[in-house]
Design a binder for this molecule. Structure first.
Ligand SMILES: Nc1nc2c(ncn2[C@@H]2O[C@H](COP(=O)(O)OP(=O)(O)OP(=O)(O)O)[C@@H](O)[C@H]2O)c(=O)[nH]1
Ligand SMILES: [Mg+2]
Length: 444
């Protein structure tokens, strides 16, 4: 099930559902093509309606009614149905606590909708939530939703696909407050958090097509192609396929270290036409792959674990061979010393689709997406946290938050929790990681 919250979530959902629809040979009206009837892959993301059409298993919600209305009038208007949308009357005005409190009036409807999707499928493998941490709705309402469905959703794997604020794209003065509150609460509410930001998405999609200026929609197709690669293992099966839980097991060494750096090779494919796997392996930890503004190899940065998910038509053995052959020092990052095998590999051999709506989308038949659990995530967290602390010191903008019911102490708690997350990702607070060991790793 995909839950999309706030303007960013709802707009990204258009790209996601358009891509998934094409991959499963479903028309814009929900009519299922013959090609899709050969297996059950369609069932992962779509429910069958009473009249036999495929309907997205999704809840699209925003306090501001406009994003949902635009989607309901757009080219996918006949794909969705009433139950997919829950919208309010007015935005949160960018305030996390307003997103949380004003969201209460929508909660009953959101819960009912999610619950009915949960009950209508044989086995709900995962809740994927798409939202922006800097928006009041994307931060506050998302937190509220996950708290409210906790009684049943704790039995279901949950992943947050979150757009982080980035100082290169000025997104609003209070974005650091919203983001720090969201990061802290959502690291507990989701099993895994996959991080993106617009500055990195922009660089990624324009790498091969510098002459065009992308729209949000083009950036959203990059997130959609990540979701497609991420989920294709359990949709289509394949030679090395796994469930979401297996991915969590291999990526998250401690519950508190569940923050992933998303990467996507798809948009770099024009740079690597020949030895596809060998060249992709060399790009694995390259910042050009990253969908968040991070360099996983910068300075002392260390990788704890990473997963590669390949979908396409190439041979699995060339992938494994390339993985062995490309352990060359120039491309290799530093790994932590206490996790000897860092890689989880998943591969399925389902060709990918090219949506016509985005001129940036490459015509490749291969999609390699990566998840990296590495200390470099602090490059983003530190920036947001510094901005948070600066404003908090002067209690700037506090009244907007306290007026909508947030206790002042919540800012102190958020600061402590964020500091502790940053410390964990600096490998200061890792269980069993004593001083001596820290010195040893620094010497390596
Ligand atoms: N990639 C992408 N980013 C978006 C899109 N729409 C908004 N954003 C980004 O999302 C962040 C703001 O979040 P929004 O989703 O607009 O906010 P919201 O969740 O609706 O919350 P409020 O409007 O504050 O109640 C900013 O960083 C925007 O740049 C989109 O369609 N695609
Ligand atoms: Mg909004």
């Amino acid at each position: 099930m995909v839950v999309c919250v706030g303007q960013c979530g709802v707009q990204v959902s258009e790209a996601v559902w358009n891509l998934l629809r094409e991959e499963h040979f479903i028309s814009k009206d929900g009519v299922v093509g013959e090609e899709s009837k050969v297996d059950h892959s369609i069932d992962t993301f779509f429910n069958e309606s009473l009249s036999g059409e495929a309907r997205p298993r999704t809840v699209l919600t925003d306090l501001d009614p406009t994003p949902c209305e635009v989607l309901q009038r757009g080219h996918l208007k006949n794909l969705f149905f009433e139950k997919n949308f829950v919208s309010g009357k007015q935005s949160s005005a960018n305030v996390y606590s307003k997103g949380k409190s004003d969201g209460i009036v929508l909660m009953h409807e959101i819960q009912n909708s999610m619950r009915s999707f949960y009950e209508s499928c044989d086995y709900l493998a995962e809740i994927i939530c798409i939202h922006a941490a800097s928006g009041g709705t994307g931060s506050g309402l998302t937190t509220s939703i996950m708290e409210n469905v906790y009684d049943w959703s704790r039995h279901v794997s949950s992943t947050s696909f979150v757009l982080c604020p980035n100082e290169d794209c000025k997104v609003g003065t209070v974005a650091p407050y919203n983001a720090v509150m969201a990061i802290n609460e959502q690291k507990e509410l989701f099993n895994m958090v996959v991080n993106f930001d617009n500055a990195a998405l922009y660089k990624l999609v324009t790498r091969a097509k510098t002459e065009l200026i992308p729209t949000y929609s083009d950036l959203n197709y990059a997130i959609a192609s990540f979701l497609s690669g991420y989920s294709s293992g359990y949709r289509f099966g394949g030679h090395i396929c796994s469930s979401t839980d297996t991915v969590y097991t291999n990526l998250i060494p401690f519950p508190a270290m569940n923050q992933m750096i998303a990467g996507c090779e798809l948009y770099l494919c024009s740079e690597i036409p020949q030895n596809y796997f060998r060249d992709s392996m060399n790009l694995l930890f390259d910042e050009r792959m990253c969908m968040i503004s991070i360099n996983p190899k910068e300075g002392e940065a260390k990788i704890l674990s990473h997963a590669m998910m390949y979908s396409g038509e190439r041979n699995v053995y060339s992938l494994i061979r390339a993985l062995h052959e490309t352990a060359i020092p120039a491309t290799k990052p530093q790994f932590t010393d206490f996790i000897p095998c860092h890689t989880k590999l998943l591969a399925n051999f389902h060709g990918i689709k090219q949506p016509k709506e985005s001129p940036f989308y490459p015509g490749s038949k291969n999609n390699l997406v990566t998840l990296i659990n590495g200390t470099a995530i602090n490059q983003v967290f530190n920036k947001v946290f510094d901005q948070f602390k600066l404003m908090k010191k002067h209690r700037a903008f506090f009244h907007w938050y306290t007026e909508s019911g947030l206790a002042v102490e919540t800012f102190d708690h958020a600061e402590e929790a964020m500091q502790s997350l940053i410390d964990i990702y600096s490998l200061k607070d890792v269980p069993g990681h004593d001083e001596e060991k820290a010195d040893y790793s620094a010497d390596q």
